[in-house]
Ligand binder design. Structure first.
Ligand code: UD1
Length: 345
């Protein structure tokens, strides 16, 4: 049985939420997962239960539904902290439907805050993104937490910035509230069991799901958006972080919130490997690691793309005592094993 206290995980059946819930249970926490299944499915719960060998307490609800959230907190008065994943995250869709993004991503956090600021106050770990840094100035690479936040290129990115500001104001207003904002770089891969993984709706926008679906024959070819950038091979550079490593950083962050080591009541950590990889390098690594065939061609640049960004994870390494160190080939193989499992290959 868990002994470390109960953690509310919003978006628990989503990509990062499911991997984190598994790590929390394995680390001895009790959880209560919630999700509205807007971008995930109940089958993810089965995978999580198989991996952990435990029943995962779960309630289907929407964080924007205040009454539903009140019910969760009423039913589980022992919630000590929350990890708030639940959010819409498609950059292109956010440009077309900004109101949906502002309503969903902001209101859900406000509801969680209302409930977290009651009583003795609870910790919140917030899912943020390196998107808040925009296109970093070259002298700021690798990116530290102190690098300037730049105007967001999409409503999605703006919701992350706004939510961080909302959290800072609430911490000022509520002396018992502590918040850790985790700025993720590019999460990829799947649990080694291939029982949970990323499940994009429709045509994937992100690179690795597009690669695995192309290798599985669902897509004709991968288009690499732009090979004329100012980078060694002309393609964009990102910091790809294994989703299981990322999940463990959440466990470390929650641990700090609960055991009192977290002194700053609002803190930010960049979560990345510290290593930049170009799109072309990633594709070539995938082909080498899996032996799968990935037809690809170079196409025009994608609007709004950042040219190069990678993390300085030094603060997370030293303060959270955490490091993303799974070799990239292993990570890419896990993504491929998951795709094969889903497709029955
Ligand atoms: C984007 C968002 C980020 C968000 C994340 C979540 C931006 C600048 N960043 O990350 O804030 O948290 O999605 O989903 O919008 N690529 C191809 N072909 C493809 C797909 C991608 O070449 O079919 C390239 C892209 O041009 C990019 C790299 O692969 O250079 C990574 O793309 P992607 O996986 O979409 O992530 P980001 O754009 O970095």
């Amino acid at each position: 049985m868990g002994t470390k206290g109960r953690i509310l995980v919003t978006g628990a059946t989503g990509y990062i939420g499911s991997h984190t819930t598994v790590e929390l249970v394995n680390a001895g926490y009790e959880v209560i997962g919630i999700d509205n299944f807007s971008n995930s499915s109940p089958s993810m719960l089965e995978g999580m239960e198989k991996i952990t060998g435990r029943k995962i307490p779960f309630i289907r609800t929407d964080c924007c539904d205040k009454a539903g959230m009140e019910e969760v907190f009423r039913k589980y008065p022992d919630i000590r902290a929350s990890i708030h994943f639940a959010a819409c995250k498609a950059v292109g869709e956010s440009v077309r439907e900004p109101v949906k993004y502002f309503r969903n991503n902001i209101v859900s956090l406000l509801n969680l805050l209302d409930l977290s600021m009651k009583g003795e106050g609870k910790g919140i770990v917030f899912s943020s993104s390196c998107t808040v840094y925009g296109e970093p100035d070259p002298e700021n690479l690798p990116i530290k937490e102190t690098a300037p936040v730049k105007p967001a290129v999409s409503p999605y990115g703006r919701t992350k910035q706004m939510n961080e500001e909302i959290l800072m104001d609430c911490v000022r207003a509520c002396p018992s509230l502590k918040v850790i904002s985790l700025r993720y770089f590019n999460p990829i891969g799947a649990h080694p069991s291939a029982l949970i993984g990323e499940m994009p709706n429709g045509e994937p926008q992100n690179l690795v799901p597009y690669i695995t679906q192309t290798a599985a024959g669902l897509r004709k070819e991968l288009r690499i958006w732009g090979n004329d950038y100012d980078t060694p091979d002309g393609t964009c550079i990102r910091d790809y972080i294994y989703v299981c490593d990322l999940a463990k950083a959440h466990v470390a962050a929650v641990g700090r919130l609960l055991d009192g080591r977290q002194e700053n009541r609002f803190d930010i950590f960049n979560l990345g490997t510290g290593k930049g990889l170009s799109v072309l390098e990633l594709v070539q690594n995938f082909i080498r690691a899996t032996g799968a065939d990935v037809p690809y061609r170079f196409a025009g640049r994608r609007e709004g793309d950042i040219v190069k960004v990678w993390a300085d994870p030094g603060k997370a390494n030293s303060i959270l005592g955490w490091k993303a160190d799974t070799p990239i080939d292993e990570v890419l193989l896990s993504a491929w094993n998951w795709e094969k499992k889903v497709r029955g290959i």
